[in-house]
Ligand binder design. Sequence first.
Ligand code: MG
Length: 253
Amino acid sequence: MIIIKSKREIDLMRVAGQVVALVFKELEPLCRPGVSTEYLSEKAEEIIRAHDCLPTFKGYYGFPGAVCISLNDTLVHGIPSKHIILKEGDIVSIDVGATYKGYVADACRTFGVGEIKDNARRLVEVTKQSFFEGVKLVKPGVHLGDVSHAIQAYCEAHGYSLPRDYTGHGVGAHLHEDPSIPNYGKAGTGPILQEGMGLAIEPMVAEGRHQTRVLPDEWTVKMRDGKLSAHYENTIVVTSDGYEILTMYEGEE
Ligand code: MG
């Protein structure tokens, strides 16, 4: 069931969203060689708690970290660890959820560590741009499949593939609400967007083939072929004539 948010609920999600955005602003410069993913997670949790929010992912179905941090061929759900150390040329996806007075915002960025190779830079840029190719279609009356299709078409035109097992989702009073938002699909299909929907649109994009595997820790999702992957996500709300992105900071590109 898709839940339409009230103005009050959207206001709370907006507060959570600005805290998530602040985490990205503060963490991007910390993504340097020699830094552990545990350190990044601790910093993220500090910022989230300092702004009267809770780290949404901590304990979610037993997830052990405050945020998910996924390097290179890890697609999603990487567990922060003092043993995972960033090195020059890595790409690091930081997926952050913050809950403010019961309302959730969820977003992800992929940052480069030091100098990254051209293929990695291109993957990160296309992944991010695919979000904007999808979201620019969002307004009441549009089929969700139009958004999914736009993300897929843009990524595939650049030679990338879209993993099938992980999708975006509705968001609001819960981290994962209906509808699910695949990063592939047919235009003109799926639920029709309405004002007041909260949506986490999150292209997860693979440089190679789309198949994934889950490590024995039961969380970490890797690309089976060991090639790079990137992830970009924002929480948005559907407005009367389009959309509002809740999880970008002012001046963020
Ligand atoms: Mg999400």
